[in-house]
Design a protein. Structure first.
Length: 263
């Protein structure tokens, strides 16, 4: 299927690894020009190199910025210019008891997981509306619908992103611009893999065994395994394409069946 993305320009926040990197690679494979992003300059350049090697001839560049810093986001946007596709993917997560989550932690989570999307969309969505076409995509989580007790701050920010995307979609009425959210489930991203490996070392168990145990612990999962980043990316690329024109203001699941509600 031709997703009609050749010649379009996309920006993917938090794309030096994991889901963001997989989305960037999938967009490049469909002929889009992609700007990758990360906080560290070296990792951004490394991601560029890997993407070029995987897709010879593809147009890829990168910008480093800390999205928790509003001034850095402004400078990023000045360098970036307009895009046809904005993928708000960047995010942080950790397991923490609610009583130990400080105000500073809350502010960081809100800045990275929610306000980054606000700041990027505030600059990049209006030109899309003026042109009458474009795509804004938020990569959220099932934790924004079923907030986990040991990751309350993460779940709250992901719920906020769902609300943000829903509200922004209402500004696109009568245009070919859409704003949608992917509700991802437990995904074997680089961050999750690193956390599992750290816990496995501390417990003296093989990381693979712990991975399988954690996957099985999600008793509502129909997939019964971790989702691969590429599986999220395939949905993201479809939602970024002109072919998804009738999908707007939606929270589309790629959660492996973890959520049990009908809608």
């Amino acid at each position: 299927m031709d997703l009609q993305l050749t010649g379009s320009r996309a920006f993917v926040s938090g794309s030096t690894q994991g889901i963001g990197y997989a989305i960037a690679a999938a967009l490049l494979a469909e002929g889009a020009e992609v700007v990758v992003h990360g906080r560290d300059e070296g990792r951004v350049r490394d991601a560029e190199s890997r993407l070029r090697a995987a897709a010879p001839g593809a147009v890829v560049s990168g910008i480093a910025a800390d999205v928790a810093d509003a001034d850095q986001v402004d400078r990023l946007l000045d360098r970036l210019g307009d895009v046809d596709v904005l993928v708000n993917n960047v995010g942080v997560f950790e397991v923490a008891p609610f009583g130990e989550i400080t105000d500073a932690d809350w502010h960081r989570y809100l800045d990275v997981n929610l306000m980054s999307g606000v700041r990027l969309a505030r600059r990049l969505l209006p030109p899309m509306l003026a042109r009458g076409r474009g795509r804004v995509l938020f990569v959220s989580s099932e934790s924004g619908v079923d907030v986990p007790a040991d990751m309350v701050h993460y779940g709250v920010t992901k719920a906020g992103a769902l609300a943000l995307a829903n509200g922004l979609a209402k500004t696109t009425r009568g245009t070919a611009v859409t704003v949608n959210t992917i509700l991802g489930g437990p995904t074997w991203s680089d961050g999750v893999a690193g956390t599992v490996e750290q816990i496995a070392r501390a417990q003296g168990v093989p990381a693979g065994d712990l991975k399988d145990t954690l996957a099985a612990a999600r008793t509502t999962s129909l997939l019964q395994r971790f989702i691969e980043p590429e599986e999220i990316a395939r949905l993201a690329v479809y939602l970024a394409s002109p072919l998804s024109s009738a999908t707007n203001g939606a929270a589309v699941r790629a959660d492996g069946g973890v959520l049990t509600t009908l809608l």
